[in-house]
Design a protein around this ligand. Structure first.
Ligand code: FAD
Length: 380
């Protein structure tokens, strides 16, 4: 009997990690299929031919993790540069540092507080709001940081992100709003941080360039599924509802639009990511990609830069699904699809689309490492 073939649908973090493990550790042939013209899923990046700037096609991606196993795994293929992510936010004509920290609070209230003074000051602001049981996102945010900071930094941004008034959004969307009473402006607290030297695509090339891996781009699973035999193994990282032809209905997503510009200036905004907190600015943030590679001195110093403005929008057919919408309706629908999936013999679902969850890259890679450990005996 011929051995079962293994198909992995999707060449993002999950699919590429798993393909590499099956090909290299089990010495098995794997066919990786992606409907896009490139590998890497939403982490795909490319060097712009004119400027040499490495651009992240689906929005800024910063690698950050405290999971040593994941860091060691990616380090076989790439080295992280020394980029540290910090985020600025423009509110009412002034630029502040995010997440809210001592610098933000002192600048906003025009004060010179010490850490303990700042803590007491914010606690007082929160107490003044008298919200014990937040009924919606607005009340939740005010109960965490007080009314003034909420209005300046959260209200407009959240309204643009969800295209709904924060009063109409459930409180659970914001579980916590970190504020630091130090001058530490790092966006992430993780042990390992940076951007792969050479860009993300180098990581995916390292994962997929293996003699046991047959990569087929520009190929939609829907168009080839009839050629897959019943006994073959399929690991599917596309949307789970699409796999079942949306038989129970469609899971909802949030999507994004990106508007790109090449500018004849050396540095447009002085940082990689500038948030726009005000409601009357239609986009949520501007990415300036050259800042992600401080090691590319020539590119940094050149008189051209590439920026991309990010607009949040409701997902419609044909858009890229970016963020799952976590509500009761979608969780119930997901449970139905997951129940149906249990009846399939050799089909497994993974990754952010296959499990309808938001994952950072490290969690998607970790999910693939765990999946491999769990199933390697049966794939061998
Ligand atoms: C705007 C944004 C910014 C982010 N920034 C960060 C960040 O800074 N740091 C971080 O750690 N994480 C970030 N993430 C998360 C990161 O993008 C994900 O963790 C990662 O992409 C998950 O990989 P994946 O393999 O699960 O899914 P994906 O990358 O989505 O890969 C799935 C692949 O499946 C393919 N596919 C789908 N359907 C089919 C089909 N029918 N046939 C063939 N192929 C198909 C798709 O083309 C895609 O290539 C961000 C996410 C978003 C939305």
């Amino acid at each position: 009997m011929l051995p079962q073939k293994i198909y992995i649908i999707g060449s993002g973090c999950f699919g590429s990690t798993l393909a590499h493990l099956i090909a290299s550790k089990l010495n098995r042939q794997v066919t990786v299929i992606d409907k896009r013209s490139h590998i890497g899923g939403n982490c795909y990046s490319y060097d712009d031919a004119d400027t040499g700037i490495n651009c992240h096609m689906y929005g800024s991606h910063i690698f950050h993790t405290s999971i040593k196993e994941v860091y060691d795994f990616i380090s076989q293929f790439v080295t992280l540069n020394h980029y540290r992510h910090f985020v600025m936010t423009r509110s009412n004509g002034t630029v502040y540092s995010m997440p809210i920290n001592l610098r933000t609070v002192n600048k906003f209230f025009n004060k010179d507080m010490t850490p303990s003074e700042c803590k007491a000051f914010l606690e007082e602001k929160i107490a003044q709001s008298h919200i014990d049981n937040p009924a919606n996102l607005e009340e939740q945010a005010i109960s965490l940081i007080g009314k003034d900071l909420y209005k300046a930094f959260i209200r407009g941004y959240t309204k643009k992100q969800w295209q709904r008034d924060p009063k109409e959004l459930p409180s659970f969307i914001i579980k916590r709003l970190p504020f630091r009473t130090t001058y530490n402006c790092d966006y992430f607290n993780d042990t390992y941080q940076g951007i792969p030297v050479g860009g993300y695509t180098k990581l995916f090339e390292g994962l997929l360039n293996h003699p046991n891996i047959d990569l087929k781009l520009n190929t939609n699973y829907q168009d080839i599924k009839d050629t897959i035999k019943e006994d073959d193994i399929v690991i599917y990282t596309g949307p789970i509802d699409e796999y079942f032809d949306f038989c129970f209905g469609k899971l909802e997503w949030r999507s994004l639009d990106f508007k790109w510009e090449v500018l004849n200036e050396q540095d447009h905004q002085g940082c990689a990511c500038m948030n726009e907190a005000d409601e009357d600015v239609p986009y949520t943030r501007t990415h300036e990609f050259k800042h992600y590679h401080p090691e590319r001195k020539e590119v940094l110093e050149s008189n051209k830069t590439i920026i991309c403005r990010e607009y949040s929008k409701e997902y419609k057919d044909g858009d890229t699904p970016y963020y799952p919408v976590n509500n009761d309706r979608n969780q119930e629908l997901l449970a139905k699809y997951q129940e149906k999936a249990k009846n399939l013999k050799n089909v497994f679902f993974g990754g952010r689309l296959g499990t309808y969850q938001y994952f950072d890259m490290d969690k998607s890679i970790l999910q693939a490492l765990r999946f491999f450990d769990e199933h390697k005996e049966s794939f061998n």
